[in-house]
Design a protein. Structure first.
Length: 224
């Protein structure tokens, strides 16, 4: 597990700060409180999963979706800068990289006729919420022009909204811009799916594409 190396790194940076991000995190003092090595290790795992696994999962699902829906791919490429923002939101909605999240109720509530009590555990299944027929027209369709698109792929509104949502959107935008510019004929095969109840991930995604010719300095020349 990555937690043990992270905890060791946190202890080293607390004893001898080097000015890096880890040093700043483990030595920060907010109202007399600091992260313990165990808390830092948990935070490290959160960043690794939330900041890496979910975004690469969404990118893999997005490439597969554009392969399976060539009409949507043509629509995107006809006006990439004008449509990529909507495409990113639709990829997140349609693929729902995180499968579920569990919370503890802090107060009594009634939702859709069901009563819940303080302290009870509740689970949100993102794919179910993101395919809710009461919210989305034709919810199983992949439509990059869908608007509005109030998906909960980034956690929905409120205090649990994903802190890295804007970074994830930017990373996906850059990745698809580069993929479709450098490898315009790239198509995805069937993914080797991750066996997980938490992340809707892909371990491997086979792709085929024409290898571009390169110039002497290694940059793509645009040839085939």
């Amino acid at each position: 597990m990555a937690a043990a190396p992270a905890a060791r790194l946190g202890r080293r940076r607390r004893r001898a700060p080097t000015g890096d991000l880890t040093s700043a995190l483990v030595n920060a003092n907010v109202d007399g409180e600091r992260l313990s090595p165990r808390e830092f290790a948990a935070f490290f795992l959160l960043l690794a999963v939330a900041g890496n696994e979910t975004t690469r999962t969404a990118i893999a699902h997005g490439l597969k979706l554009f392969t399976d829906h060539p009409d949507q791919r043509r629509l995107l490429l006809a006006d990439f800068e004008g449509r990529i923002a909507g495409a990113v939101e639709e990829i997140v909605r349609h693929s729902s990289p995180v499968i579920f999240m569990r919370r503890n109720l802090t107060r009594d509530a009634e939702i859709n006729g069901h009563r819940y009590r303080t302290g009870q555990k509740v689970t949100l299944f993102y794919a179910s919420a993101n395919r809710d027929e009461a919210v989305f027209a034709d919810p199983d369709a992949f439509d990059i022009t869908r608007s509005p698109n109030p998906h909960v792929g980034f956690g929905g509104p409120g205090p649990h909204f994903c802190l890295g949502a804007h970074l994830a959107r930017r990373e996906m935008t850059v990745m698809f811009r580069e993929l479709f510019t450098r490898l315009p004929d790239i198509v995805a095969g069937e993914p080797d799916r991750l066996l997980s109840s938490f992340v809707n991930g892909c371990k491997r995604l086979p792709c085929t594409f024409t290898v571009p010719k390169t110039t002497l300095n290694g940059a793509p020349s645009g040839g085939r």
